[in-house]
Write a protein of this length. Structure first.
Length: 271
């Protein structure tokens, strides 16, 4: 059987480009036009960003992100915030019992014990099926999960090469193609055939109720991301950082409608 999902060089470049834009804008990172050592592997990505006017060359010396790049990153970060706050809840679902692992999220004292709980065989990862149901690119969802897990680590030797040409992209495709698919959720009983879309609609409603309850429990926790040192290191010509957007509980209530999808998920983040 042929693969459900594929990833071409253009798509890889788009994902690598947004990753590099975030690095340049939020940290902020300066890349010299005359790249040295491992950073030479980033030249195709920086050139791609330059041609599309997400970055510019300042004083013939450095690549710098500009307003169009910030606009693209703002759109991506709105989607990434939804992944972290909405779609990640589907990472561990017991289909037989109709239970979500996140229903027990606050029962664990530390991240290690929580991860051990998630590793139980009974949990199914439905994020690919949810993405399909919502009309969202499943590859983008897995890419975001890799970002969340810091699988594109900038402190690792050779990350510059891996960002565009590494085996990580094969891993992402393998996850997408081996995950539970939307049509696999369908079943047949004495009353007839129940489609995967109908099953997923029920799952989304259950997940949204759980999500709102979790948000209410953590309402007193600060979620502000601090860019340490950015204020002192940022130069005047660099664009302002892009934080993850924060929403009140009413934002998540929209997801009670299984077909709801915010406008920032339309198309891609690039212009």
């Amino acid at each position: 059987m042929s693969a459900l999902y594929t990833l071409d060089d253009t798509q890889k470049m788009q994902f690598a480009g947004i990753y590099l834009l975030e690095y340049m804008i939020n940290h902020p990172k300066r890349f010299a036009v005359l790249l040295q050592d491992e950073e030479e592997d980033l030249e195709p990505i920086l050139e791609w960003l330059l041609v599309r006017e997400y970055v510019e060359i300042k004083d013939d010396a450095n690549y710098l992100a500009i307003d169009k790049g910030r606009t693209a990153l703002t759109r991506f970060m709105a989607r990434y915030a939804d992944f972290l706050n909405v779609y990640d809840i589907y990472c561990a679902v017991d289909l037989g019992r109709g239970e979500f692992a996140f229903d027990s999220y606050f029962d664990f004292p530390d991240r290690s014990s929580w991860k051990n709980f998630l590793a139980a065989e009974r949990w199914e990862d439905l994020r690919i099926a949810v993405a399909d149901f919502k009309g969202i690119d499943p590859i983008e969802i897995v890419f975001m999960s890799y970002l969340s897990e810091e699988r594109f680590g900038r402190d690792q030797i050779g990350w510059q090469f891996d960002l565009l040409l590494g085996s990580v992209w094969d891993e992402i495709l393998e996850i997408c193609n081996n995950a539970v698919q939307l049509q696999q959720l369908g079943y047949e009983d004495a009353e007839g055939v129940v489609s995967g879309e109908i099953v997923m609609g029920d799952i989304v409603c259950q997940a949204t109720s759980l999500l709102i309850r979790l948000k209410q429990q953590e309402a007193d926790r600060s979620k502000t991301i601090h860019h340490q040192g950015a204020a002192s290191e940022r130069q005047a010509e660099m664009v302002a950082p892009v934080d993850l957007p924060e929403h009140d509980i009413d934002y998540y209530k929209h997801y009670n409608d299984p077909d709801y999808r915010p406008s920032h998920w339309e198309g891609r983040w690039h212009l």
